[in-house]
Design a protein around this ligand. Structure first.
Ligand SMILES: NC(=O)c1ccc[n+]([C@@H]2O[C@H](COP(=O)([O-])OP(=O)(O)OC[C@H]3O[C@@H](n4cnc5c(N)ncnc54)[C@H](OP(=O)(O)O)[C@@H]3O)[C@@H](O)[C@H]2O)c1
Length: 259
């Protein structure tokens, strides 16, 4: 694999699933990484596991709380001696149709899916700007291009992050590159939890649900968290020095739209 030796990267919401897969690949490529999530136990477990691969720090912070986000960025910058790249991942929103989502869910969803991105970007940007090789990667979902049934919060709110990414890519060029990555169905705790819910509601087994899902994907399998990590590592690296303002799916061909 190509190397991004010594790059200092903050990956948010990264003690499990997609975020952890990204952290793993970045460490394998030689980066120094800070991981984060809300639970101390999850942070400690992830740091223990990932430290076999390289230099990794971990801090507890809830991305829906502005004070937590500010403290996270300051601690990450202090621990790593600066921040070259921010990889923004956030926690999964509550599933549900429009008719099931109340006012409080929308308010929480806005903090989880939009405000967290704004806050972490604002705090990390001074470090990223001064890095000389800075970049930002926002990890969202294929739902921003083709809405997915039963996750109206994600379908609606994540689009704002793409507005932010595109605006910043113009505002910060040529010094900082800004891109977005759209995962499709990726095999994580969260994906299994959603499949279990569906299995209960339909009377099917978990294996049947997962097999049905895989059958809808042209590559005939769910993605691995590392599949997302390889693209993120490339986007951070100098090999992507002419790529900014892009939104790239990692979905095994799931999206059917041309653009
Ligand atoms: N899996 C998929 O197929 C898929 C596809 C497209 C998009 N996505 C999106 O990608 C993101 C990651 O999904 P995933 O499948 O990797 O989920 P996951 O396996 O449940 O992992 C979520 C991670 O985020 C952390 N987290 C949750 N809420 C947080 C918060 N408020 N502040 C800080 N950290 C938080 C969790 O740790 P703690 O519990 O310790 O906080 C955990 O480390 C989600 O936004 C999800 O909706 C997932």
């Amino acid at each position: 694999m190509f190397r991004i030796e010594g790059y200092r990267v903050l990956v948010t919401a990264s003690t499990k699933g997609i975020g952890k897969g990204i952290a793993k690949v970045l460490l394998q490529a030689g980066a120094t990484v800070t991981v984060n999530s809300r639970s101390r136990e999850n942070v400690e477990r992830a740091v223990n596991e990932l430290s076999r691969l390289g230099t990794v720090y971990g801090f507890v912070a809830d991305l829906t709380r502005r004070g937590d986000v500010e403290a996270l960025v300051q601690k990450a910058a202090e621990a790593m001696g600066g921040i070259d790249s921010l990889v923004y991942v956030t926690g999964p929103p509550r599933p549900g149709m429009f008719s099931e989502i109340g006012e409080e869910d929308w308010d929480y969803g806005i903090r989880l899916l939009i405000k967290s991105a704004i806050w972490v970007t604002k705090e990390a940007l001074p470090y990223i700007r001064s890095s000389g090789r800075g970049s930002i990667v926002y990890v969202t979902s294929v739902a921003v291009k083709e809405p997915i049934p039963n996750i109206v919060l994600s379908n609606t709110l994540r689009i704002a992050v793409h507005g932010l990414a595109k605006s910043l890519s113009r505002e910060l060029a040529p010094h900082v590159r800004v891109n977005a990555v759209l995962p499709g169905h990726i095999m994580t705790d969260r994906a299994i939890q959603l499949a279990e819910d569906l299995a209960k509601r339909t009377g099917k087994t978990l294996d049947e649900i997962l097999a049905e899902r895989a059958a809808t994907i042209p590559m005939k399998r769910l993605g691995k968290p590392e599949d997302v990590g390889y693209l993120v590592a490339f986007l951070i690296s100098p090999y992507a020095s002419y790529i900014t303002g892009a939104s790239i799916p990692v979905d095994g061909g799931l999206l059917t739209s041309v653009f």
